[in-house]
Design a protein around this ligand. Structure first.
Ligand code: BGC
Length: 812
């Protein structure tokens, strides 16, 4: 069942009913000011940090669903309604919500009155603009009231929902003309406030929640609106809000537009102690003056659209499959940018108060946005690397504002170090900028301990080399990619005969997943060292990688698939010998992606097993059979009911690993089949089962063992965005940045006969046509660049050449 449709020309998803199975949201903002906005106007805004500088209040896990937002009420006679349906839920005569790139437009119609709200954050300014247009479509003149409503958050979102003994006495506002200044905490911190305004004279206002809603009132039926007039309340403590009352008359066919603005103002550091509680309104007035007229706002919206068009045009595909095109050209890349901005902080499932930036998460996200914003990717790598310890391990998370490692969570996730190599290698392949390796980067944010980024990579690689267990496989520490596989939580002291040569973060549990990573990214590290002329070191890396490859074959093969791990007692995890959890997805994906077992025929066997034991109609589950009870030696993974999350859910993040693995073996039909199963655009028709937004990936879809198999959870902020884009752009469509240049290596369904791709690579434009006349799945038989045939399938990068016309013929 569908709740809307894709408009590929406008690059929008258009929702046609407010009653979507879950709130379907969008993100506004691409620099410092951000808002979440649902299809009914719910959501909240923050400046830079969703925990510390939250402007408006949102109630997670509350009823009715999607509790609080920026709301507009229309009161015409006794009827009160919202153009976005919430919160009054008054039935509308028509409704639509267009989620576009960085903007959302909601429209409702009731009794021949059209109301639309276009919300966006303009480039270069710290505010959310709401352009509210009202049109009388009837034959008689209409007089009605427009009320607006936002509820302010007292900045720190955690204190805001916990420290009520203080909060109820701190709220302060100031009202001047059509502006409400929210200045709670200004006397203490004296550096920031919010401004909420409308560009028209108002009939009234409210800033005190209780006055506006009534003591036992709610946003669904605010007392002030029912009575038809604001109370001009001035909040003093309790809960400050912003609400305006505008009285409007529209003749038949007449239309009026109002600009509402919610802005964040921060004083300059030197002004901080000058004001002593008196806010400096000058910057607010300057901000407001930029968005007073409809044409100013339309220009800002047009500039935003140009920004996104330009960004996403860096990779485009044209082919007969429109779902593939819309995901690649629009939504998958858009989601990658959202993960760049948000990491895992603020979504409808991440409260914005918990997690900082993940070391592993950020390195993976980078794979999906490095081609769009290479400069920012560079900075991100340097920020991440600065949270690494001297021994190569790393803080698992760091705080976005301070960029310091999070000591509460600490380190010990033994895959983290290798992700730094993965991210840096991806950046160098994309940009050719080996200079990044010379940047001096602190260890543990301590500049006295700074070393080159190259040295950081050395420590990363060395960490795994020296932290190996009894089978010569990498120690898992607290966990690897699978945060919930905590194999050392029940620890047995290692046998005395066994000694690790370096510091260990846990006893002897070992990970086949990290082994796969070590081989895959060790090969990249080897290539980097060779390029730099560090030949001896490169040879050592190569030898270590080869030894790990052998260890995987010797101790990591279970007969039909790769083992997942050895636990703290050196018992197998993910083996046919296990009662439950016999086969896991992660090592099959990562070992095959690394090329392990390809020539021995084991890789093909492993992928057959994945299809046989783990595949379902909605995607590949993480493991089978699921754990039916809690296992002390496995940890958190077995705390989930069967079919959810890491206990056999379809963890969308690792499905592309299998798809990429299939391309390693040349299986284009199967790779695409795996791609399609979790790809949101292909799931649009089952939105009633899938439930989350059909334009973005979710972290997880309930597995075969769950009662609601096929139901997705945790949309938007997931490494799935980056990995699926890597898969589809680099491995299926096969346009793969490599150290030497751009590689053309498609692995596609045999029915695909032609692809047209444009790609910006190292500031040059590549226009690529791929022809597949004989319907093969992989292999290039001829490749021409600017009309000349070249050997191999890597287009050598020529410094200064700005455009390349490429024609590739597939064949054997
Ligand atoms: C985390 C990832 C982790 C994944 C699997 C996600 O929630 O953000 O870091 O790899 O779960 O456990």
């Amino acid at each position: 069942m569908n709740y809307g449709y894709f408009d590929d020309v406008e690059k929008e998803y258009v929702i046609t009913t407010p009653k979507t199975p879950l709130p379907w949201i969008n993100y506004l903002g691409c620099e410092n000011f951000f808002s979440l906005i649902s299809n009914t106007g719910g959501g909240y805004s923050f400046y830079k940090d969703a925990k510390l500088l939250r402007l408006t209040r949102y109630r997670y896990n509350n009823t009715p669903l999607d509790n609080n937002g920026r709301y507009y009420y229309i009161k015409e006679n006794d009827t009160i309604w919202n153009p976005g349906w919430q919160p009054t839920q008054t039935e509308l005569d028509s409704y639509s919500c267009h989620h576009g790139l960085g903007y959302t437009k909601m429209s409702g119609q009731k009794n021949n009155l059209d109301a639309s709200v276009t919300a966006f954050v303009p480039i270069g300014d710290n505010c959310e603009i709401n352009k509210v247009t009202l049109k009388n479509n009837g034959t008689e003149s209409k007089t009605f009231s427009l009320f607006s409503y936002v509820e302010f958050c007292l900045w720190n979102a955690v204190d805001d929902m916990t420290n009520f003994q203080r909060n109820y006495s701190t709220g302060e506002v100031e009202v001047e003309d059509s502006c409400i200044y929210h200045k709670t905490e200004y006397r203490e911190r004296r550096n920031h406030y919010a401004v909420y305004s409308v560009n028209a004279p108002v009939t009234g206002f409210d800033t005190d929640r209780e006055s506006f809603l009534g003591t036992y009132g709610s946003p669904a039926k605010p007392e002030a609106i029912i009575n038809g007039s604001s109370k001009d309340s001035i909040a003093s403590g309790w809960s400050p809000i912003g609400s305006f009352h505008v009285s409007i008359t529209l003749e038949p066919g007449e239309e009026k537009t109002y600009i509402f603005l919610l802005g964040y103002i921060e004083n300059k550091e030197e002004e901080k102690w000058e004001s002593f509680g008196v806010i400096n309104k000058k910057p607010a007035r300057e901000l407001l003056s930029k968005y007073q007229t409809v044409s100013q706002v339309d220009d800002a919206l047009a500039a935003l659209r140009t920004h996104w068009d330009r960004l996403l045009s860096r990779f485009t595909v044209e082919t007969a499959d429109e779902k593939l095109c819309r995901m690649v050209n629009i939504w998958n890349q858009y989601q990658c940018m959202v993960t760049f901005n948000m990491s895992r902080s603020a979504s409808y499932y991440e409260s914005g108060t918990g997690r900082g930036m993940g070391f592993r998460d950020s390195c993976q996200d980078l794979l999906g946005f490095v081609h769009l914003i290479p400069e920012s990717a560079r900075q991100r790598i340097l920020d991440i690397a600065a949270t690494q310890f001297e021994n190569g391990s790393a803080y698992h998370q760091y705080q976005p504002l301070t960029k310091k490692g999070n000591a509460d969570i600490g380190s010990g996730f033994n895959d983290d170090p290798l992700w730094l190599i993965a991210g840096t290698a991806a950046y160098i392949k994309e940009t050719g900028d080996y200079g990044i390796l010379d940047e001096s980067v602190a260890f543990d944010n301590d500049l006295s301990k700074a070393e080159s980024l190259l040295e950081h990579l050395r420590r990363s690689f060395k960490f795994t080399t020296t932290n190996r267990g009894p089978h010569n496989l990498p120690l898992i520490g607290r966990a690897d990619w699978n945060d919930c596989l905590n194999l050392n939580c029940f620890s047995k002291v290692p046998d005395e005969s066994f000694q690790t040569s370096g510091p260990s973060e846990g006893p002897v549990a070992e990970s086949l997943f990290i082994a796969g990573m070590y081989v895959k990214y060790g090969n990249d590290f080897n290539a980097i060292l060779n390029h730099l002329g560090h030949i001896d070191e490169a040879n050592t890396v190569n030898a270590n990688v080869a030894a790990m490859y052998d260890s995987v074959l010797k101790s990591g093969w279970d007969g039909e698939w790769f083992l997942r791990a050895y636990d703290a007692a050196s018992e197998k995890v993910g083996s046919n010998e296990c009662e439950e959890g016999k086969i896991f997805i992660e090592p099959q994906g990562f070992c095959v992606m690394a090329g392990i077992g390809v020539k021995e025929g084991l890789a093909a066997k492993a992928l057959v097993s994945v299809e046989k034991y783990l595949d379902t109609q909605y995607g590949i589950v993480l493991l089978q059979p699921t754990y039916s009870k809690y296992y002390l030696n496995l940890g958190e993974i077995s705390t989930y009911p069967p079919g959810y999350k890491e206990n056999g859910g379809i963890f969308c993040h690792n499905n592309p690993w299998i798809s990429i693995a299939e391309t390693v073996l040349g299986h284009g039909n199967r790779a695409f089949d795996v791609y399609k199963k979790t790809c949101p655009a292909y799931l649009e028709d089952i939105s009633d089962i899938h439930r989350t937004e059909p334009y973005v990936y979710s972290q997880m879809i309930a597995g075969i063992d769950a009662p609601h198999h096929g139901e997705a959870k945790n949309s938007w902020l997931t490494g799935t965005a980056a990995w699926t884009f890597t898969n589809v752009s680099q491995h299926i469509l096969g346009i793969r940045p490599d150290f030497a240049g751009l590689m053309i290596d498609p692995c596609i369904p045999s029915t695909t006969k032609k692809l047209k791709i444009t790609r910006v690579f190292r500031n040059a434009q590549y226009n690529i046509i791929i022809k597949n006349p004989n319907g093969v799945e992989k292999g290039i038989s001829a490749l021409s660049v600017d009309g000349k045939l070249i050997d191999g399938n890597i287009i050598p990068f020529v410094e200064g050449q700005k455009s390349y016309d490429v024609v590739a013929f597939m064949g054997n």
